[in-house]
Write a protein of this length. Structure first.
Ligand code: GTP
Length: 237
């Protein structure tokens, strides 16, 4: 587990009102990423854009077309990537943003061989712009990029401890699922990741760790196989 890709939702960066970027949260997440980089891990990051706009919701009443809504969402991921780049650089890390859609004044274009070189040089690489195509989620973009750079695992950072058989916020008897096969994850329609992303991970035998990024130190504990770490894993069983 030396090269990893961490995926956050855009909402993770938002404050209590669920919109925009809360710099305190940004700093917290940057510190968590730094702790992992300092342990020698090569870290790539994908951030969603839901704190600004989501293609599906934008297109709900038919005034904005879905494709345009999705492109607007891709732009939102670029805003988040630039913000995270600033926070990580503030923490003293080297960072490169690569975008799937061309915004050359703001970020490098996505070039996988260049991304790998950056990682080898211990730079954090943030992949922005989703897959560059409408109809794909940033979860799918994250699995795609993780596969392309040869990451050994993708970490889906959430606000819950892992995967449950039903919504733990709604059901007291929700059961925690520590380990699932890709097939089980697809059959159960787990809410933490969409089916396209899981199917792509299965094809590339990429394990998916789902964990709570808002428990300080949890990420590093997971990567260092600390028995106290709490997470779920979807993998080939
Ligand atoms: P090495 O090739 O390993 O030296 O990597 P490097 O990223 O340091 O070299 P490069 O000269 O490519 O980049 C220098 C700086 O310019 C870095 O901060 C890059 O992120 C940035 N940069 C490189 N290409 C682009 C681009 O197309 N657009 C933007 N906005 N910045 C770029």
């Amino acid at each position: 587990m030396k090269r990893i890709l961490i995926k956050f939702s855009g909402e993770a960066l938002a404050g209590e009102n669920g919109f925009g970027i809360d710099t305190k949260i940004l700093k917290y997440l940057a510190d968590e990423i730094k702790s992992v980089v300092m342990e020698g891990f090569e870290v790539a990051v994908v951030i969603g854009g839901g704190n600004f706009i989501r293609g599906v919701s934008a297109a709900k009443d038919g005034i904005i077309r879905r494709t345009s809504g999705d492109y607007m969402g891709m732009l939102a991921t670029i805003i988040n990537a630039v913000a995270m780049q600033e926070a990580l650089e503030n923490d003293g890390l080297s960072v490169r943003v690569q975008s799937a859609i061309k915004v050359e004044e703001i970020a490098e274009n996505f070039i996988v061989r260049k991304a790998i070189r950056h990682l080898e040089k211990k730079r954090v690489v943030i992949f922005a712009g989703g897959t560059g195509n409408p109809f794909f989620t940033t979860d799918t973009a994250a699995v795609l990029r993780a596969s392309e750079i040869g990451a050994s695992v993708i970490i889906k950072a959430t606000k819950v401890d892992g995967i449950y058989d039903k919504d733990p916020m709604k059901f007291k008897d929700a059961k925690f699922l520590k380990e699932l096969s890709y097939e089980e994850a697809l059959k159960k329609h787990i809410k933490v990741m969409d089916d396209t992303a899981i199917a792509l991970a299965r094809e590339n035998k990429l394990p998916i760790i789902v964990c709570n990024m808002f428990k300080k130190g949890n990420l590093l504990k997971i990567l260092k196989n600390n028995p106290d770490a709490k997470y779920s894993i979807v993998k080939e069983i």
